[in-house]
Ligand binder design. Structure first.
Ligand SMILES: [Zn+2]
Length: 267
């Protein structure tokens, strides 16, 4: 049961999960939802309780996403654009006061406002992200709260730990953000579009867990090290999984991590 108002971040996340680009109509929504559910339906995964659990979780998330997008279509509000702006609808009947906007995730970089990052050579103090900007023909720029900017490929997320792959980054400080890393966010989108990539994605996750383990060791951060080891074990266990089960398990893990991180009222 949903008690709070649907926000732009909710609908952005739902569109992401369904692989849709706004604006979206009822028919497109149904087609996207049906395609996703057909690939992940729990009945396809009855051989194993554990895998079926991941598939059920994902189906629930997809159903929820469909409901959020359907409500949004009905509400007539403007769509959030993929890179953080707004796709204006032709006829807003009366302007609605926006709920305080939660930062939206840039699809190109996996960054959102408030993220801590470091620029090349990645050894300075972290700075906070204000937004990302796409420059035609020149790629993506990350704009910082302190007024500076840098090309996205020279910016790295700082002070975080990824709950999917265990990749992490310093500098050492009291609080790390537990959030899916940009690589996992990219893999999530790729997997949604091309299930055949599951094996490659699994291998990449295992490799990132190994990197996470050594970064955590260098930072002498035991909690980060434990998470990286745990994720490496998980990725290794999935070596034996069949293609459909692997796809469902990976999507389930990505989706859980994404939902937890992007939840509007995280503690
Ligand atoms: Zn990750």
């Amino acid at each position: 049961m949903r008690t709070k108002r649907t926000t732009r971040a909710d609908v952005a996340r739902a569109l992401w999960l369904l692989g849709l680009e706004p604006p979206v109509d009822e028919r497109q929504l149904t087609v996207a939802w049906r395609g996703r559910v057909a690939r992940t339906h729990p009945d396809l995964h009855i051989e194993s309780d554990r895998r079926s659990e991941a598939a059920t979780l994902l189906t629930t998330a997809l159903n929820d996403a469909r409901r959020v997008v359907a409500e949004w279509i009905d509400s007539g509000r403007d769509w959030p654009a993929p890179d953080g702006g707004t796709v204006t609808r032709p006829r807003p009947e009366r302007p609605e006061p926006e709920a305080p906007a939660e930062p939206e995730v840039c699809r190109r970089t996996g960054l959102r406002r408030g993220d801590l990052v470091r620029s090349w050579p990645y050894d300075g103090e972290p700075v906070e992200v204000r937004r990302t900007e796409v420059e035609v023909g020149a790629g993506v720029w990350v704009v910082f709260e302190d007024g500076g900017a840098e090309r996205a490929e020279r910016v790295r997320l700082a002070a975080y730990s990824c709950p999917v792959c265990g990749q992490c980054a310093g500098p050492e400080r009291e609080r790390y953000v537990v959030r899916p890393c940009p690589e996992c966010l990219r893999d999530l989108r790729r997997l949604e579009q091309r299930p055949a990539e599951a094996a490659r994605v699994r291998t990449a996750i295992e490799a990132r867990a190994e990197v996470g383990r050594s970064v955590a060791a260098a930072l002498d951060a035991d909690d980060l090290r434990q998470r990286a080891l745990d994720r490496r074990r998980w990725a290794r266990r999935l070596r034996q999984a069949g293609a459909d089960d692997l796809h469902a398990a990976l999507l389930g893990a990505f989706t859980r991590a994404y939902e937890r991180w992007a939840a509007p009222y995280q503690g």
